[in-house]
Write a protein that binds this ligand. Structure first.
Ligand code: ASP
Ligand code: MG
Length: 411
């Protein structure tokens, strides 16, 4: 057998019959070059959103097992259509659901984790010379019930199949040309990155750059699977996501991201004594609430304020839990703020350069933007600001670090 290539096509790449034919042409052109191909496909266009909406028209609280039964159907339709398109071009293809190729997952419906993939059937069909098409986003648990892998989960399917087949490359086809220094809709002179490390991509995915599912990048990092994110609408090279190489450090900041999906809560006048932060965050974690940033400074009086951010969709639940905590620990009140945005810079070069935070703060200061919260990690700095300044902030930071300049990273 020749080298195996895994290609994953996102929903926008198979949004209508013409686009499906376009994907079929691309796939068969690789086949003509002599590659063995496994193609993973998402549901077309907004199908998954529409199916979710449909379920909510029936009930506010659909059983999760049935939800997966429903939303996995989008991918089943696209694999069959792509197989037909490839057949029309005179090539042999065969489509499979996750269950058919033995993508075994745990039972956490709507966010299942892959436990194992049985490569037998895929390899059999590849040996017969067929193009194998696999439905993304879905698997099956040990009871044969259908599960899904979380939104954007077709990326996970692609990366996991690349891993078990020892594929040379995993190509992720989408409607943008790769990973950019910032969202080009906000920063028109943003530049496409030719390379980025797993860690940077992981940060960028979690910070709001919606190019790939964060979990799939974790998996790629763990097994060192090279990923090429590129457009399905042209032949230009996209962005390679790989392990960090030394030369990446020469570029201090790789990207600026923006996240408007969070809300800030402040618990005021928390008595300043040991154990209270533990108590607060334990209760929140028991309620399954994911906390992002946390700020607390030691007080100069006997009380202190604790601020933290959560996903907006968790705000209601968080407020309920937090109000109860306030009463229990004798704090004064909880204040919510939904009018926030988080801007961040990401780059592995930060590890070895100084003055990066100051430069970011200067960019914000130059636009008179007040910083409400700051958090840092080895390769990231995030600032919470008022939402109305969000886009200006991204542009100012992008400019300050001159990310519009052509950037090349050599291996
Ligand atoms: N169709 C699923 C979703 O929209 C999976 C995917 O697109 O990767 O989340
Ligand atoms: Mg999708």
């Amino acid at each position: 057998m020749s080298d195996i290539i895994v290609q994953k096509y996102g929903g926008s790449s198979v949004a209508n019959p013409e686009k499906i034919m376009n994907v079929a042409k691309r796939v068969t052109s690789y086949k003509m070059k002599g590659c063995d191909l496994v193609v993973v496909v998402s549901a077309s266009g907004d199908t998954t959103d529409e199916l979710i909406e449909l379920a909510h028209k029936i009930t506010d609280d659909p059983p999760e097992r049935e939800m997966d039964m429903l939303i996995s159907t989008g991918e089943q339709a696209s694999v069959a259509l792509l197989a037909m398109a490839i057949d029309k071009l005179g090539f042999e293809a065969i489509s499979f659901t996750g269950a058919q190729v033995g993508i075994i997952t745990d039972s956490s419906y709507t966010k299942a984790k892959i436990l194992d993939i049985n490569t037998k059937r895929i390899l059999e069909e590849l040996r017969k010379g067929k193009i194998v098409i696999v439905a993304g986003f879905q698997g099956v648990n040990l009871n044969h019930d259908i599960t899904t892998l979380g939104r954007g989960g077709s990326d996970m399917t692609g990366v996991a199949i690349a891993k078990v087949l020892n594929a040379k490359m995993c190509e992720i086809y989408t409607d943008v040309e790769g990973v950019y220094t910032a969202d080009p809709r906000i920063v028109p002179n943003a530049k496409k990155l030719n390379r980025i490390s797993y860690d940077e991509m992981l940060e960028m995915a979690s910070l709001g750059a919606k190019v790939m599912q964060a979990r799939s990048i974790e998996c790629a990092k763990k097994f060192n699977i090279k990923i090429h994110v590129r457009s399905s609408f042209n032949n230009r090279e996209g962005t390679i996501i790989s392990e960090e190489v030394d030369s990446m450090e020469n570029i201090v900041v790789s990207g600026v991201t923006l996240n408007k999906e969070e809300a800030k809560l402040t618990i005021c006048d928390v008595p300043d004594k040991p154990g209270l932060a533990a108590k607060i965050f334990k209760k929140l974690s028991l309620a399954n609430i994911n906390i992002d940033m946390i700020i607390q400074n030691i007080s100069r009086t006997r009380c202190t304020d604790i601020s933290f951010t959560v996903l907006k969709e968790d705000l209601k639940k968080t407020l309920k839990v937090t109000k109860k905590i306030v009463r229990e620990i004798g704090a004064k009140e909880v204040i919510e703020d939904q009018d926030i945005a988080k801007v961040s810079i990401v780059g592995v070069g930060m590890k070895s350069h100084s003055g990066i935070a100051a430069k970011m703060f200067e960019a914000l200061a130059s636009k008179n933007i007040n910083i409400e919260m700051i958090s840092t990690s080895e390769i990231k700095i995030s600032c919470v600001i008022k939402k109305r300044f969000a886009e200006d902030a991204v542009r100012a930071i992008h400019d300050k670090f001159k990310l519009y300049k052509v950037r090349t990273i050599k291996e």
